[in-house]
Design a protein around this ligand. Sequence first.
Ligand code: CDP
Ligand code: MG
Length: 696
Amino acid sequence: MTNPEESSWTGDVESKLLPIYQHRHKLIEAVKENQFLVVTGETGSGKTTQLPQYLYKAGLCRDGKIGLTQPRRVAAITVAQRVSQEMGVSLGHQVGYQVRFDDCTTKDTLVKYMTDGCMLREILTDRSLRQYSVVILDEVHERSLNTDILLGLLKKTPSRGCHGRTLPLKVVVMSATLETDKLSVFLGDCPVFAIPGRTYPVKELFCNLIGPKEKEGSAYVKAVVKMALDVHTNEAAGDILVFLTDQQKQIFQPAPAGVRKCVVATNIAATSLTINGVRYIVDSGFVKQLNHNSRVGLDILDVVPISKSEAQQRAGRAGRTSPGKCFRIYNKEFWEKCMPEYTVPEIQRTSLTSVILTLKCLGVHDVIRFPYLDHPEERFILDALKKLYQFDAIDRKGNVTTLGRLMVEFPLPPGLTRALLKSAALGCEEVMLPVAAMLSVENIFIRPGCHFSNRTVITVITTILITVHTFLYFVHKGLPEKQKEAEIMHRELAARAGGSNDFLMLLCIFEKCRASENPSAWSKDHWIHWRALKSAFSVETQLKEILFRLKQRKDFPQETFKGSKSELLRQCLCQGYFTNVARRSFGKAFCTMDGHGSTVHIHPSSSLFGQEAQLDWIIFHDVLVTSRVYVRTVCPIRYDWVEGLLPKLHEIDVYDLSNVAREEVTDEEMARWEKKRVAQKQMETNEDASKKLEKR
Ligand code: CDP
Ligand code: MG
């Protein structure tokens, strides 16, 4: 039987030149014949854009959709756009995408690009993914947390009933040319389909601008800019791709004739996206990475040296269309001493709280012996269980509670979800919803020319480059002299919200803008990013929908409260942020109450900065580590609001958790542990007392 689409659609000319095209028949066969398949090939060979189209054409959509996961939002969206263009259909119909808070699919969608996080949420509603015939996990070598969890879950793919038949779900795992054997072994020795590459040699040069001493700090930014300038003045025609750590989106347009394009990119360009025409790479050797900081007990975005394998990926980007050169700003010593062999998978370096809750809700009780491709340290799993216990999402036996089942429905961090659910129980979600939405979108405040020291350097260099008749393509509109104007406006906005609560300030901005006649003009006048605020509006609507659905449940909690709006908001926030409580210790310093006892300071961007002397107890949303540990998005609270919650932070023993994490626990065992714990506490108290006596 042929697919009706097959005859009418032939694919575009350009895609027939891609390396994958020659192998399409064998590839389709391999997918048809195997339940699991690993597909590997150089970046740009056509895996992401072509394979779903081939399978679609070959009729594999007859029994369900083809879903392709990406670790990054931008990649999921841009690839879906590209593929819909290639197929000549409008985006959102046959080809669509879904990322957190943005669903561009319809009931007709058969090829669906999505983030790995979205796929994980779909598994929550349908463990056997009945809607899909093929699931493709893409960019697996990136080892994102969600992709790793999906690998473990899909390893045991359930069969799905369809038209009275039982069909296995097909799982294709795609990766750049790294660790493919390991993947194949993990998936029960499944076959590996390697697409032969078509690459040109890349000369790799160490440029000695950075050594091990510059491991931390921002010296690399200047060095990168110098290098880009050198390449521009000394090298033959060809575009430059600069790997920095900034988060700006790439610009894809070809450069006008006679002009050299210079793209400044983050890690994303290493494998997820292909930019044609690049001959030179300038590699900073650094990347921004989310790491769990055990000192402060939170995930923190750090700038760290990249791994050697990542450096090789970056270099490879220069040899796509012709021979190229890769200029590494660091020296050989930096390579040897500072750069690890492989990038540590996200699962081994970030907080696991949300995924552990997801696994528990999926009925995976033993989260320690779950099939991880690389096992996270046990203490990370226990930390996550401890957090979930503190939030009342699981009980002492490790079972999910009613609250936990409600929490898992929200694509938000557990603390924020708990605060939102508390507000809904009190019937005042209209104050928390906008705050949760505002905290879920990118930074809303326009702060021209101030936050990135890199940006300032780049602006200066842009000017130089333009004078030598070159365009440097990146987004930078801010001018340092506008900084004051923005600051004054933001201070005024803070004052309008009472001047001492960053969360309330977010709520006020949300409400004021939405009520204004022309919201985009309002944003511009108040130095607020309209795009971010607009997505906050949409996020709020979606969170409201989830909440509305959950409120229909009989077990949805209900409580009553009377008080001012600010007080109500702060009390709800305490329910989710009691793990982020700090008390002023001396001067402008605060001490956290979560057992780490870290010293923190209020970040200058907070409306409470400078008011420290009047504060006692505060809660904060997140942490920024520079020379100091700063807390951001802060509000003052009263001790009695968290008094009942703080003991929970010290209540549970990691020993108990390591047991409940492994197996179902009986009541008798539970009682035995409790006895043991009390006895141990008693012993410690006795020891303390005897030490005191000795001192005397
Ligand atoms: O997945 P893989 O790296 O193997 O290749 P791909 O992403 O499917 O890219 C195949 C081709 O499509 C490349 O030549 C890209 O330049 C092009 N492409 C594009 O122009 N725009 C996109 N958003 C994605 C791909
Ligand atoms: Mg790809």
